[in-house]
Ligand binder design. Structure first.
Ligand code: CP3
Length: 359
């Protein structure tokens, strides 16, 4: 009887997947790679299953969540799956009136501007996250050895949508509340921290093997405000899953100056955008964590020889980090990305990654 061919993403030695080895500081069998926003609008198969169903409705259906999460795993030989959901999903689950508008992002019906507006935000009740549990369980069974990364939004990034009412360039109202109404601000942040922690814990309990906390817009803050008004609340989210032993990736955009504080808030892996070389980033944080990143997503449209050399530069810099490197982009996959280019990047990382490390 012929035995089934091993799936390509089961490559590890000793049963340890490349992602989990790398983030634990152990030598992986290959440099692990996955992409933020690997599921979604860059894939024709995604557009097909999403026809006639809204983003948030698709997130509530475990069968669709499983299919969409699996799509990039089938197409690319990535070393992790990222749960198809959204940072706003737990808010919707507790009844906050919001939508995700295609091409725009999250839009909130009743923005949070006063203490009364906070009434929309309460802890999820038993049962309200059952669709998350069901989706993760279905997915983990389908994924086999490929680890699932669970995620949530950090309180500041969620607060920015709730206070502004939608996406923003300058976060003016958010910052005004932060410095002008600190009691209201801290109550808002504490509530969001509990909601995101519940979302994250639900995914870990159902089988997610690593987590990423997205503080996408924290890079808009001065270090001092980050430390006094944001860091304690991010820390409470990261601590909530810390004792469960799953590696925690802490990521934001434009956070070069915040990296040491983000590690202090809690991180086993620090996510870095394209602005800093990975070895510089790692030196800034003082060494105790692995790094993830950081190819500039804009380069995915460059001619292949140019792009390939930049991928190698990221691998070399990541190789100078003795505590481990996970290859990723510096932010999400742009919607216009050619999937074949991503496939070539994955293969290059796997073929040349270990050899490009300094001996
Ligand atoms: O592969 C994956 O990473 C899929 C899972 C995922 C989504 N959103 C799906 C999604 C993850 C991890 C997120 C996180 C998320 N959502 C963040 C943090 C990550 C980041 O990019 O910094 C943020 C800030 C959001 C809020 C949000 N949701 C935005 C800004 C948008 C884009 C709006 C647009 O259309 O330009 C969304 C919508 C969204 N989330 C889509 C997907 C696949 C597109 C929805 C669609 O197909 O219409």
């Amino acid at each position: 009887v012929p035995s089934p061919a091993p799936s390509p993403s089961t490559a590890p030695t000793g049963g340890e997947t490349p992602l989990l080895a790398a983030v634990a500081g152990r030598e992986p069998s290959r440099v692990p790679v996955w992409f933020m926003r690997q599921a979604g609008r860059s894939l024709p198969e995604y557009k097909k299953v999403r026809e006639g169903i809204s983003m948030l409705d698709s997130c509530a259906r475990p069968d669709l969540v499983t299919e969409i999460t699996m799509q990039p795993v089938r197409r690319y030989d990535v070393d992790a799956a990222i749960f198809y959901s959204d940072i706003m999903v737990p808010l919707r689950a507790i009844g906050v009136d919001l939508d995700i508008v295609p091409g725009t992002g999250p839009v909130i019906a009743r923005p949070v501007r006063s203490a009364e507006d906070l009434e929309q935000l309460r802890d999820p009740e038993p049962g309200e996250l059952d669709h998350i549990t069901a989706a993760v369980e279905l997915l983990v069974a389908e994924l086999g050895p490929t680890p699932l990364i669970g995620f949530c939004g950090a309180p500041f990034t969620l607060a920015s949508y709730l206070v502004e009412g939608g996406p923003s360039k300058d976060y003016a109202r958010t910052k005004a509340m932060m410095v002008g109404a600190p009691d209201l601000w801290h109550e808002l942040m504490a509530r969001l921290a509990r909601i995101s922690a519940a979302f994250l814990r639900t995914q870990v309990q159902a089988g997610a093997r690593a987590v990423q906390v997205f503080d996408s817009w924290a890079g808009s803050l001065p270090v001092r405000d980050y430390r006094s008004s944001v860091m304690p609340h991010s820390a409470s989210v990261l601590t909530a899953v810390g004792e469960r032993g799953v590696p925690r990736i802490h990521f934001g955009v434009g956070t070069s100056e915040l990296l040491p504080s983000m590690v202090e808030a809690g991180a086993d892996v620090i996510g870095v955008d394209w602005r800093l070389d990975l070895d510089d980033a790692w030196r800034r944080v003082g060494g105790g964590v692995a790094v993830q990143g950081n190819l500039d997503p804009a380069l995915l449209t460059a001619p292949w020889p140019v792009l390939a050399e930049r991928v190698r530069d990221v691998l070399r810099a990541g190789g100078r980090v003795p505590t481990g490197h996970v290859f990723n982009l510096g932010h999400g996959v742009p919607p216009t990305t050619d999937p074949d280019v991503l496939a070539r990047v994955v293969d290059l990382v796997h073929e040349e990654g270990l050899a490009l490390r300094e001996p």
